[in-house]
Design a protein around this ligand. Sequence first.
Ligand code: GLU
Length: 319
Amino acid sequence: MRGSVVALVAVAAVAGCATTSPPAEPAHTVYTDPPLPAGAAVAPPPAESAPPEDCGDPTASLRPLPPSTAAPTPTLDRIRARGRMVVGIDTSSNLFSFRDPATGMIAGFDVDIAREVTRDLLGDPGRIEFRVLSSADRVRALTDRTVDVVVKTMTITCERRTQVAFSTVYFEAQQRVLAMKQSGIRDASDLAGRRVCAAAGTTSLQRIQQVEPEATVLTVPNWADCLVVLQQRQVEAVTSDDSILAGLATQDPNLELVGPSLSSEPYGVGVNLADSDLVRQVNGTLDRIRADGTWQQIHDRWLGTFGPTPPPPTPHYED
Ligand code: GLU
């Protein structure tokens, strides 16, 4: 009783001094905005553009170099002269390329693929210089030669093939949705009128805008940011490749992958469009690791907890 009298007096005192009344509290907060990760923004609706030209099978690549070739290999010569392979990766895609918390080293499925390529070209898997890229940086890093290769969960598409070249497929992912358990979100159609996170510059962003245009997409620079905004309840779901979502889900037991595949996402090693000798060299390594069991070992090492290791993807060649 005394408490409420004191409170009433306090309210009266404040009301007496205030020139404007304080803003009313909203009945409930749907999303908290600040603080969002640096670079987060709500994606504008996709621009009306002509569909990308059909390039046939975008995953068809160049055959490996025969063991003793007389053909010039200017890119391979340049990398050998430098003594290091410059590899574009990420540090925020748990299981594919991330900083291993125990060792502080950059590790993962993609990193092991890059190590095998480097082993065959330079005789030592450790001769790598990593450049950390966001998803949206990948194509530019190849076209301006900041890196020799990108090994970063990069989907081969007709659109990207107009700007960069790809190896054969080294991993087959499927785009899906990640949500809190008991959120009621069962598939992409449940995202209508809700907020979902995707990294900028990705096929995941493009696809969710096609599949569920009524969803609001919050874009962030990298996939770890999507985990943060989901945990902060600034979005209700994340959409990306199952490979990436599985890496996020292993970091939070409250999360689960839901719904069917929204698209196939075949990963290739990205290379500058002019460097066909390097594409053939990478394809030679992928051939070797499919045949000698290394691909299976890499898959087991990083993804073994999710089930039995499937056979490696079959390469398609255009020549
Ligand atoms: N596979 C998708 C892409 O290449 C998403 C992967 C990523 O952002 O690393 O756009």
